[in-house]
Design a protein around this ligand. Structure first.
Ligand code: SF4
Ligand code: SF4
Length: 499
């Protein structure tokens, strides 16, 4: 198997004409990025700890005995921040998805792939969980390469088995929580307590575990490069004003290493520290400073060595870049060591690098913002006006009206109710715009169980004097404990009236 050293060799002398993780002969260049160090890496570590706490805590939080977040695709039941969404609410769900997508597009236009580096679960688990464990077990880049190339020995076997067990266990934990987000933690714990009766669920758990294990053990950055659709959209979403992790080529070029001998011939170094003493004390570090005609990039490849997708950011924004910021930290460390200002690789837009301009609020951002605002307003209105009890009232099909022995006119109705709340709702019906009587058919149970549907058939009986034309719009009030929930309307059919 090829290694990250091969990836660097393949990058040298080429310009974005191949994928860094595939070697010239078509094999996988298996990457062993150097462990990043620096301000941004520390910040990302802190953020990911918070992120993981939220991820592993959410399935345990309940509202009214229901999970705070559940996305049960199989039963088509979705609970988002305590609100139950039913198939009837799918238009709200659709608008929410649309809003989310527009938000992602707008966000990407302005801030590039900041989501990938800071909040994508794949990056968080890969770089902040599994990669850290790998550094802990196998060591940093050099030790990992050494381990890979050494023949099978006791040490290698022990490290490989330890890593395998730890990776598998963490994949198993992630799979459990993934399932908890789908079916709720209560159900999952119930299944685990009775494994013999729930072999199907346990098989699903093992499948999920195997998928996660495969992704984090072997597939890794390929998930971002080959599979993720968001990454592939970057080409159409980013523009020259988007903020991305970028190399300042204006400042960095022409790049190049200067040999010790060449620098030594100059005898003097221009850096402030050395200038005062008249001679350079550390030629190795100060080589770039000693050559004023050269750009700031000393072609040290430190930014490439830490890159988890194996690319050279100096070749410009690339599909593989997940904006993890590792190259920023690596280059900042080099710049500091050669007494140059940091930020040769930094968050910047192409325009700001070329022209020194700040991000402008261009027409595309304005248009996206306007669409986003409209969608958000619509979404909030729909959620706020969403009722806990859905009611659909229809006259029973195939029937007109019945004249009762006492002369009253009766129509038969079907009332379908959907209770979207976590409690049973007892209800009563009342005629709002006519005098008459409502008589349920059969047991006429006037309660809708929590998260359930109910069907009720009932007659509406009106005095003959109430029916002044062959068709009348009836208004019926739906009440819970005397409190009106909503008014529903339906046609009432009677005999033709001749004046
Ligand atoms: S180029 Fe830099 S930001 Fe992009 S993936 Fe590589 S190390 Fe991360
Ligand atoms: S780390 Fe900085 S100086 Fe070194 S090659 Fe990358 S951009 Fe150039």
């Amino acid at each position: 198997m090829k290694t990250s050293e091969n990836a660097i060799e393949d990058i040298k002398g080429s310009f974005r004409d191949s994928v860094a993780t595939i070697s010239q002969d078509g094999h996988r260049n298996f990457l062993n990025p150097k462990k990043p160090k620096g301000r941004l890496y520390n910040l990302r570590t802190r953020f990911s700890i918070f992120y993981l706490i939220v991820f592993f805590t959410l399935p345990f939080i309940k509202v009214n005995d229901e999970p705070l977040l559940m996305l049960n695709v199989l039963e088509r039941k979705f609970i988002i921040f305590g609100l139950v969404f039913w198939p009837q609410d799918f238009f709200i769900f659709g608008i929410a998805m649309l809003t989310f997508m527009v938000f992602i597009i707008l966000f990407t236009v302005v801030f590039g792939r900041i989501f990938c580096g800071w909040a994508c679960p794949q990056t968080i688990f890969m770089e902040m969980v599994f990669r850290k464990i790998e550094y802990w077990i196998d060591g940093d880049q050099a030790q990992q390469r050494q381990l890979r190339s050494m023949p099978l020995s006791g040490v290698k076997l022990r490290k490989r088995i330890t890593k395998f067990i730890v990776f598998f266990l963490i994949s198993f934990i992630i799979a459990n929580f993934f399932l908890a987000y789908l079916i709720s933690m209560d159900k999952l714990l119930g299944y685990i307590q009775h494994p013999a009766e729930n072999l199907g669920t346990l098989s699903a758990l093992l499948v999920f575990t195997s998928v996660f294990f495969f992704v984090y053990w072997w597939f890794r950055e390929q998930a971002c490069i080959v599979v993720c659709p968001y990454g592939r959209l970057q080409g159409v979403l980013l523009d020259k004003n988007s903020i991305v992790v970028a190399y300042d080529h204006v400042r960095g070029e022409p790049r190049g290493k200067q040999t010790k001998q060449k620098t030594a011939e100059k005898e003097e170094c221009n850096c402030v520290d050395c200038k005062n003493d008249g001679a350079c004390k550390d030629l190795e570090k100060h080589i770039a400073v000693a050559a004023p005609s050269q750009g700031d990039c000393i072609d040290c490849f430190a930014c490439v060595r830490v890159c988890p997708t194996g690319i050279d950011i100096r070749n410009g924004t690339q599909l593989e870049c997940v904006n993890c910021t590792a190259c920023i930290d690596a280059c900042d460390a080099i710049m500091t060591s050669i007494h140059k200002p940091t930020g040769l690789v930094r968050y910047a837009s192409e325009t700001s690098i070329h022209e020194g301009k700040k991000l402008s609020f261009n027409w595309r951002i304005k248009a996206y913002s306007a669409v986003l605002l409209v969608l958000l307003t619509l979404l909030v209105t729909l959620i706020v006006s969403r009722t806990d009890l859905d009611a659909r009232l229809l006259r029973t099909s195939g029937m007109t009206y019945t004249t009762l022995p006492d002369g009253r006119i009766a129509n038969l109705y079907n009332l379908k109710l959907a209770n979207k709340t976590h409690k049973d709702i007892p209800f009563t019906l009342k005629l709002e715009n006519a005098t008459g009587e409502i008589t349920p058919v059969g047991s006429g149970q006037m309660v809708v169980k929590k998260e359930d549907y109910s069907n009720l058939q009932f007659f509406v009986k009106l005095n003959r004097s109430e029916v002044k034309s062959w068709k009348k719009i009836l208004q019926i009030g739906l009440y819970e404990n005397g409190k009106k929930l909503k008014t529903i309307e339906a046609k009432f059919i009677g005999p033709e009236v001749y004046e």
